[in-house]
Design a protein around this ligand. Structure first.
Ligand code: ATP
Ligand code: MG
Length: 161
């Protein structure tokens, strides 16, 4: 099941554009919209990952914030980055964000809604595609999420086939 990652990103951005606009945020698409990045994937699930990550960037960034979305085709993989200039994550908590139900600063995040499952599920989906998902973050500066997906899956060890 091969799909074009660029088409998928464009569709995902369309779905959350209004949410961002309501916070006076612009989603900067840095990728080449004309390019084709063919990736072996379950499109619905990868879209779920992209939506999770962009929704986090919107949710944890204040009004007027900036969110960059990029995608590059490497030799054997695709790299997607979502970068925001929002509240960031304290270094001490960064290693825990992929845990189920973990949310930074319970009081603050309760007001923002959510369950703390988005990143745990995203990681499971990305790893099911033999890829990786990483977060770089600095408190009060912003967060960058880096997702790497192989263009073609190794047979036999994927759980999406
Ligand atoms: P859900 O996604 O289930 O609705 P959630 O957004 O709280 O809830 P995750 O997406 O798993 O859960 O994220 C876990 C926690 O990591 C968040 O509660 C938040 O504290 C922190 N986090 C995630 N993305 C960002 C970001 N872009 N900027 C700052 N903090 C973030
Ligand atoms: Mg989330």
């Amino acid at each position: 099941k091969e799909g074009n990652l660029i088409s998928l990103l464009k569709a995902a951005v369309k779905k959350v554009e209004i949410t961002a606009a309501n916070k006076d945020q612009h989603l900067n698409c840095l990728f080449n919209e004309e390019e084709r990045i063919p990736v072996d994937m379950d499109k619905d699930r990868i879209e779920q990952v992209i939506l999770n990550v962009i929704s986090n960037a919107i949710k944890y960034t204040t009004e007027g914030g900036r969110i960059d979305i990029d995608a590059l085709k490497m030799d054997k993989s695709a790299v997607i980055t979502v970068t925001d200039n929002g509240m960031g994550i304290p270094e001490a908590e960064l290693s825990r964000v992929f845990e189920r139900f973990f949310r930074v600063d319970k009081a603050r995040s309760r007001a923002m809604g959510g369950t703390g499952l988005g990143l745990a599920i995203s990681k499971q989906i990305v790893e099911g595609h033999q890829g990786t998902i990483e977060l770089e973050s600095r408190e009060n500066k912003g967060t960058k999420v880096i997702i790497t997906l192989p263009l073609s899956l190794k047979k036999g060890i994927s759980n999406i086939e």
